[in-house]
Design a protein around this ligand. Structure first.
Ligand SMILES: Cc1ncc(COP(=O)(O)O)c(C=O)c1O
Length: 285
């Protein structure tokens, strides 16, 4: 909705790289000029935003500051402040995509950028997909009233708006006391699974992967240091036929050999088996 209603063909946008956003055909198919903002352990570098803006006049930034998909990185406090200063001074709107904050293992995610949005330039987007049910297709948006109204109008004209039934279910879920318990359990479970994944990678693939364990989210981002290349289709196919899946880093725009390992779905005990299969696929290719 944001891309369709607020941007025009040929507009320049800045996108974290690697990122989930980068993996979507959405921006390219809308005819936008997409410029990468490299993501490091402390998130994107605000100087890169300024540099790109001076050259290309950015119309919007798409960011996932907390537990970024796929790297798990969190935009540092210092960089947040610098980014907000630049966005405010240069008048660059930011889409803050935040589906993971509630998964913070310690229950204390950094505040969203939106919390310090004095100029009303940030469109904050949340979702139930990662914390309750992706099939509900319910998320939310916080932003300046005129933008929210414009998007709601457009949605109304497209298909009379979304079905109220999933929204009603989502509202019941969020209001109920069970929601907080569900989030609490989710955090504990995700942290346990991440621990199992870390331990399995350390044990079975020592020296072959390097990673920074995230403090929340569903994914571990691993750089591959071995000789084979997880980006090659035959490696992925071999892994899939052994019963384990990963996403090669280039899907998210990464240049170096890397892979995203999702630890959200498997039951406890299954993760080590998955890592052993992954090892077979990577070392035998
Ligand atoms: C950063 C990010 N934003 C958005 C989404 C999609 O969320 P939704 O199911 O609400 O469209 C994902 C899903 O992987 C994601 O990783």
């Amino acid at each position: 909705m944001i891309v369709q209603c607020l941007l025009n063909h040929g507009d320049a946008v800045g996108v974290e790289t690697p990122s989930y956003c980068f993996s979507l055909p959405l921006l390219q198919s809308a005819g936008l000029r997409v410029y990468p903002l490299p993501v490091g352990p402390a998130g994107i570098d605000p100087d890169d935003v300024l540099r790109l803006h001076r050259r290309h006049r950015l119309k919007m930034l798409f960011l996932n500051p907390n537990f970024q998909n796929p790297t798990g990185s969190v935009l540092s406090g210092e960089r947040r402040a610098a980014l907000l200063r630049i966005a405010e001074k240069e008048g660059i709107p930011i889409v803050e995509d935040d589906p993971f904050s509630l998964t913070a293992f310690d229950g204390r995610p950094p505040l969203p950028l939106k919390a310090e949005d004095a100029g009303g330039r940030i469109l904050y987007v949340g979702s139930l997909s990662k914390i309750a049910a992706s099939g509900l297709r319910v998320g939310w948006l916080a932003g300046p009233q005129e933008i929210v109204s414009r998007l709601a109008d457009a949605r109304q004209q497209m298909d009379f708006g979304m079905s109220v039934i999933p929204q009603w279910l989502a509202a019941k879920l969020i209001e109920g006391a069970a929601f907080d318990r569900q989030i609490g359990r989710l955090r504990v479970r995700l942290a346990e699974r991440l621990d199992e994944l870390r331990a399995s990678l350390d044990y079975h693939l020592p020296g072959l992967v390097s990673f920074e364990p995230p403090g929340g989210g569903l994914n571990l981002w691993a750089k591959w240091l071995g000789a084979s290349d997880p980006r090659q289709l035959r490696v992925l196919e071999r892994a899939m036929s052994a019963g384990v899946a990963y996403v090669p880093g280039q899907v998210f725009g990464a240049e170096e050999p890397s892979l995203r390992l999702c630890y959200a779905k498997p039951d406890a005990g299954q993760i080590e088996l998955g890592v052993m299969r992954l090892k077979e696929a990577l070392l035998r290719s």
